[in-house]
Design a protein around this ligand. Structure first.
Ligand code: HEM
Length: 232
């Protein structure tokens, strides 16, 4: 008969590195950049707001490419699933316990990840064309017509509210998992490591080289820098 310790290990499986360093650094750098962008907008310090927005743009471009060529759990094909998989996940999730644990993002959380990335991309992109109509113009305002600047500026102001809602839902979901589902998602996003049930813990997820992440980040930064330079 298995001892209590062995039974526990069989039930809980083992600790795996589920998130690579680039994905974790991306996440916390994004949190910092978005926080600075929001705070500086509230305080009217627009030079800082624009720098923070450009940082968000570089980070999201990095993440979109990392989602295609990066480590296993960071890839969109790994976690963006159709309605069938979401329905199946919700059924397992209602049963509670470890049946609902997933290696990376769960299929429902994946929707939030994609929504956050897309909304932040549009928000940072539209900010480049936004003017406060008094003193400060986004760096690409000189390249666009008055109508385009007005449209993208309205979108930028409108989406800011959407971002508050998405971030609120995202953080609420993370705490719901922690407090109700007893599934701590925050620790893995900090340390990379998570203890998973045996059915998920058979093999370590594949990790892409950190040098590739650095090359993608440098390319994203270079691209944004070139676009900003082109405007003036
Ligand atoms: C400005 C605020 C935030 C933004 C824009 C944001 C954005 C994101 C994004 C884009 C992802 C997907 C990560 C990836 O696959 O690359 C993610 C995941 C995650 N975030 Fe945040 N986040 C924010 C705040 C927070 C906070 C405050 C916490 C913790 C209290 C948190 C905890 C997590 C966790 C645990 C995951 C992984 C969820 C999972 O395991 O599926 N986030 N976040």
């Amino acid at each position: 008969m298995a001892s209590g310790h062995t039974a526990t290990r069989e039930k809980h499986g083992r600790e795996l590195r589920v998130w690579d360093l680039p994905t974790r650094l991306f996440h916390w750098a994004l949190v910092a950049a978005v926080a600075v962008a929001i705070l500086s907008a509230e305080l009217g310090v627009l030079a800082v707001h624009m720098l923070a927005g450009e940082t968000v743009l570089i980070l999201v471009l990095f993440r979109l490419v990392w989602g295609v060529v990066g480590s296993q759990t960071a890839r969109f094909t790994e976690f963006v699933k159709g309605p069938g998989a979401i329905h199946d996940y919700l059924k397992r999730s209602r049963a509670g316990g470890e049946a609902a644990f997933t290696l990376g993002h769960n299929p429902l959380g994946a929707l939030m990840v994609v929504a956050l990335l897309l909304v932040l991309l549009v928000q940072a992109g539209s900010g480049l064309f936004t003017s406060d109509d008094i003193l400060v113009d986004g760096p690409l305002v000189p390249l666009a017509s008055g109508a385009t600047v007005s449209l993208l500026g309205s979108l930028h102001r409108l989406l800011a509210n959407g971002i508050f809602v998405l971030i609120g839902l995202h953080v609420a979901a993370v705490f719901f998992y922690l407090l109700v589902r007893k599934d701590n998602l925050i620790r893995p996003m900090l340390t990379g490591r998570k203890t998973l049930p045996a059915r998920l813990a058979a093999t370590e997820p594949r990790r892409a080289p950190a040098a590739l992440a650095l090359a993608i980040l440098a390319t994203s930064a270079g691209l944004v820098f070139l676009v900003l330079r082109a405007a003036g």
